[in-house]
Design a protein around this ligand. Sequence first.
Ligand SMILES: [Zn+2]
Length: 411
Amino acid sequence: MTTAIVGATLIDGTGADPLHGAGVVIDDAGRIVDVGANVAPPRDAVVRDAGGRTLMPGMIDCHVHLYGRVGPLQERLLTPPSLALFYGARNALRTLDAGITTVRDAGGSPAGFKMAIERGLIPGPRMRIAIAMLSQTGGHGDSTMPSGAVTGVRAGPEWPEHVVDGPDEVRRAVRALLRAGADFIKLASTGGVLSPSDEPAHTAFTPEEIRVMVYEARAAGKTCMAHAQGADGIRNAVEAGVESIEHGIYLDDALIEEMKRRRNFLVPTLVAPMWVLRHAERSPGSVLPQAVRKTKDVMEAHRANFARAAAAGVRIAMGTDSGVGHHGSNAEELEQMVAAGLTPMQAIVASTKTASECLHLQHEIGTLERGKLADLLIVDGDPLADIAVLRDPARLALIMQAGRAHKDALA
Ligand SMILES: [Zn+2]
């Protein structure tokens, strides 16, 4: 069955000016066969009228943890992994309900979870997964508490060991993650905010260890993403060939130039520190006291350096670190990007076209162009006039993945 949507204001994700009175034609394989101002639906097409609403690509979040949830420590200790799976399924649904049709899971979700969504067993965004974040002993991904208790242990072939030291252990860990189905290799090249025993500015892993990860990932046709906050750790990651820098808090001018030259992606996750403070306020005990202090230390630099990197022309891909924040509130990140100086159109491109490039899915999704999959939204409102309309699920009249409607409230 061919479906056509007409009478829309088209924001195609490329950054081109919006087109009024536009539409899209989608074939029965869920691919776009025509899009633009003068679409001519075939005679047998089901034609839907968007009534002047905005037609745009489904949004892509390049950094989520669908298995993740910040909550009281006791609650986390009392959650068996099989229960966490069902929370993960709920998080996936909330994310898709928010108009996020594709995500990159930066650690936590195993391959079977992605497969369940691909097979239609549970609704959720299309996934690319890292499975786990490689971390050195005592680094950002080492959840050994000072008491000796370890939170969130996962094991077995689906969750290979991720706290590793030295080139040989690192090599084995990357290969085990690839065997378990990782699409990206995630590493922590610096400390972080939520971890118990390091600082965001601390450097983690040696350049040699990171080069091993990049080599092994590339050997399998994959790339690396680095949780990287301090300048030295960002530099180590970039120079070793890591493609995507997550958070990037202490970026300096030299790093910004280097990232531009290498065409690295910056995934800023501006909402993540905001959520750490919200949790601390709303639910005392849900984040470690040092995490609150560290968040306050980094917030100003985070925003300022993101704004400098974006203004300088570093490729920005939208990511939220949801799991730290509530799943389903992802589009708040676009508001924060605009507050930091991006135009609404730039925030949309970061959440569509550039995000698809960051996920290596630019040939399938990210823009509304002929031949791509019909991952799209119809939004009641003009996000170019008010980016906040994207955060209101009630305004999402249609949420479509590969031509299939997840939500259809188009009258
Ligand atoms: Zn994260």
